[in-house]
Write a protein that binds this ligand. Structure first.
Ligand SMILES: [Fe+2]
Length: 168
């Protein structure tokens, strides 16, 4: 292995570990939001589906790291600061938390989209073709989720307004 090949591989492994930590963060945020989404059944359904996707995305990352003889067991799942802030936002016990969660979720999905595009580029640079296919699947799931949130901000806001109106 040449020095530059080794460096490229190392960049990819670090990227995969970061993505694994990101998906762990995503799982926690989704689970926390699901505890208080009874009034928003469509959003809850989307999040339940995406929680399953997120679990599969972590498995794909494990699979890729495993194929590169790298283990995930020693990964420290420390929150990155951006995500840490969003997580805090996600469980802020505010009346309008569904709105703030929606904004944060859209930002989070777009962060994940950027991360997967970057990982796919790293996989290409490493010539890891099977990894590219797996990462592409995860990218598509993130894009689908981001599109759904983007398309439903207005609807969720209308539901929030009518719930507020009927509660007063
Ligand atoms: Fe996601």
């Amino acid at each position: 292995m040449t020095a530059s090949t080794e460096e490229t591989r190392s960049v990819f492994v670090t990227g995969l570990r970061n993505a694994h930590a990101l998906e762990t963060e995503a799982e926690q945020i989704i689970k926390r939001q699901l505890e208080r989404l009874d009034d928003y059944p469509q959003m809850a359904q989307m999040l339940r589906t995406h929680l399953q996707e997120t679990e599969r995305q972590k498995e794909r990352i494990d699979q890729i790291l495993g194929s590169m003889s790298e283990s995930t067991s020693s990964i420290k799942e420390g929150a990155m600061s951006l995500m840490g802030n969003m997580a805090a936002m996600a469980h802020m016990p505010a009346d309008d938390e569904v709105l703030k969660n929606t904004f944060a979720d859209l930002a989070f999905e777009n962060y994940e989209i950027a991360a997967y595009k970057s990982l796919i580029t790293m996989a290409q640079a490493c010539g890891a073709s099977s990894a590219q296919g797996l990462l592409q699947q995860s990218l598509q799931e993130e894009q689908r989720m981001a599109r759904w949130i983007d398309d439903n901000v207005e609807e969720i806001t209308r539901q929030y307004i009518s719930r507020r109106a009927s509660a007063h």
